[in-house]
Design a protein around this ligand. Sequence first.
Ligand SMILES: Nc1ncnc2c1ncn2[C@@H]1O[C@H](COP(=O)(O)OP(=O)(O)OP(=O)(O)O)[C@@H](O)[C@H]1O
Length: 706
Amino acid sequence: MLRETGDAVELWDRDARADHHRKQLSRFENAGGGLLFGHLDMADGSEWFIGRMGLFDPESRDPLLVDWRAPLSRSFYTATPLHPDGVDVRSTVGTRGWRVSSVVPEELSLTASRDAAPMGPSALMAAVSQHRTDRMTDIVATIQGEQDRIIRAELRGALVVQGGPGTGKTAVALHRAAYVLYEHRDRLSREGVLIVGPNPDFLRYISEVLPSLGEDSVVLTSLHTLLPGVVAHREDERDVAEVKGRLDLAKVVENAVRRREIPVRAPYVITLESDQTVRIDGRDLAALRTRMRRTRKSHNESRPTFERVFRELVARQLLSTAGRSVEVDVDPEDIADFADELALDDRLAAAIDELWPIVSPEDLVDELLRDPKLLAACAPMLDDADRALLVRTSEEGWSVSDIPLLDEAAALLGEDPRPAMRARARERAERERELEYAQGVLDLYTDTTTDDDGSEDTGVSAEQLAARQRFDDRSTVAERAESESGWTYGHVIVDEAQELTPLALRALVRRCPSRSFTLVGDINQSSAAHGSDWDTLLRPQLRSYRREDLTVNYRTPSEVMDLAARVLAHIDPRQSAPTSIRSAGEEPEIRRVGYDAMGEEIRVRADRFLEGSEGTFAVIADAELLPRLRSAIDGMGESDRKRLWFGSPRDAKGLEFDEVVLVEPGWRSERGVAESRELYVALTRATQRLAILHSTPLPTELTSGA
Ligand SMILES: Nc1ncnc2c1ncn2[C@@H]1O[C@H](COP(=O)(O)OP(=O)(O)OP(=O)(O)O)[C@@H](O)[C@H]1O
C-alpha cells in the first residue's frame, strides 16, 4: 500500500537507492577478497590503506580505503628509495578470501622504523610467476612506475603505447580504462568508453579485469562485432585484407551509394495506375539529385523527403499536362493534396523504389564485391589486380576486413527511417499509457492522503512521475551505446592496435570524433602483409599523437625471450627486444618429430602437463595443421580440455599460457616479414616453458645467429 511506504515519488527513489546498493554489492563481490592490497606509512605520521575502490566510514566520513586511482594512491606505485614522495614504508597486503594472509613491507625512507618485518619475496615476482588461467587478472597491486604514468596520462588527444611482448600493454590499457572512468566520471559515465580487442577469444580472456576493478560500464568489442547486426566469422588472406583496409575504399563505397541515387537514364517514363504517363526529363532528374544531396542527410534517411518531392514533381507534371500552367493556376496546397493522393499509386511507389531504393549496408557491399563491372565503375583508383582481390566469388560470410567497408556503407546509408517512424508512433502511444498509469497512481495516493480539509498536495505531477519511471529504466551507458547506431564515445582504447587498417581506424574515429584515443600495440607483432609503422597508420587520420614506450617483459622468461630476440633481429635489426624480468632456469626445447607422430607427441605432453601443473597449455600451429593436432585430445574430459588451447599464431595474439608447444614453425616455406612477425608472436606466449616440434626445416629466423 502506498500509505505504508511513503509517497509515490519515494517509491521510485527507494527503487533507485536499492539499485545503487545492488550495484555497490556486486562491485564488492567482483573485487572478491582482494579489496585491500596496499598500505602506506607516511613520513608525516599518517597512514593509508589502498584498495580496489574507495570506502568511507558511514558516520565520520573518514576514508577507510583509498581508491587506487585517487591522487593519494599514486605514491604507492611511484615512490622509490631515491624519490620516496613522503612515504616511509610501502606494504603490499596479500589476502586469501576476506582474510589478510601476508604483508610485505618495503622501506623507502631512512627514517622508517627498523623493526618493520623483513622483506618477503617481491609481490611483483610472485604475481608474474603465478599459473595462468583462461582469464586475465588485474595488476592493481603491482603496477610499475612506467605503467602508472601511462595509466594516468591525460585523456585529451591520442596516446600510442608501443611495447614488446609481455610488457603489460593489455594490462595498462584496461587499468587506464578504469582510471579515466574514475577521473572523468561525470563525462564518461554519459558518453562511455569503448575497448576494441583483436578477436572474441581475446575479449573473453580480458573480460574479468574491469569488473574486478569495479567498472562494468565499458563496452568491449572486436572488429568482428563492431557493427550491430553483423558478425564476421572469418579472416581474409593478407593481400585481400590489405586492399580492403585502404582509405581509398571509403571513396569506392561512397561511389556505390551514389549509384543508387536516381540510377536511371532520362527521360524517365512512368505509367500510373490510371494509365496516365508521366515523362521526366534529364534536367528535372539532375535538379532533383542536386536538391537531395543538399539535404546532407544519409541516403536512407532522405528517402521520405525524396518521396514527397518526387510525388510533387509528378503532380505538377500531371497538372500541367492537363493543360494548365501550374505556376499560375494551381494553389501549392492543391499540388500537395494531389501528391498525397498519388501516395496510393503502386506503380509510382515502384518507380520511387527504383529511383531511391532503401539499401542495407550488407546488400550494398555484397553487390559491390560480387559484381566486377560495378566494382570497376566504383573503384577507378584501384588497378585490375587489386580489384580482382576484392571480388567475392562464393557464398562466403563476412570477413573481419569487410566490417569497416560495411561500417562505411552504414554511415553513408543511414538507417531505414520507416521502422524508426513506426517505433516513434509506438513510443508516443507508450508515453500516453505511462502518463495514464502515473495519473492513476496519483489518484490512488490522493484518495488515501487527502487532508482533512479536502486539499491534496502530492508535490508532483503525473508527467514528472511518468518521467521518473521512464528514467528509472536501468539501462547502462554501455547498453545504450551498443544499441544506438551513431553513438559516439568519450574515449576509445584499442589493444593490438598495430592490426588496424586505415579504414578500420576510420570506423573508430567515427565513433570518437574528439579523437581521444589510447592505442596500445607492437608494430613488430603486426600481421599486415607489408611493413608498417605508427606514423603511416595514424598520422593521416589522427594528425598528432603522443607516444610512450614500455620496455620490461613481465611474461616471457629470459631464455625464451633470447630465442625470440633472434627473430626480432630478422624482422628489424634496429629494434631491441624488451628485457625479461625473470628467468625460468630452462632453455626452450627444440625437437625433431616425425610428421605422423606429431599428434601422439602432443597428447603425451598435454597429459604430462595436466597431471603435473595447474595452469594452461597451448598448441600453436599453422591453421592448416590445427584440425589434425586437435584430434590428438579427442576423448579427453571437459575440465582438462578447458586448460588446453589450440590456435594459429594470429589467434594467439594477446594471449598467454604457462606452457606452449609450437608445431612446425617452418610449415609455410614462402616466408615474408608477416610470417616472421607471427613467429615472434608465437614464441612469446609462454610464461614458463616453450617447446618447438618440427618435421619440416626450421625457419632461418630461428637458426641464424644461434
Ligand atoms: N605490473 C605488473 N604486475 C604484475 N603482472 C604484470 C604487470 N605488468 C604486466 N603483468 C603481467 O604480464 C603479462 C603480460 O601482460 P600483457 O598481456 O598486458 O602484455 P602485452 O604487452 O599486452 O603483451 P603482448 O604484446 O604479447 O600481447 C600478464 O600476465 C600481465 O598480467
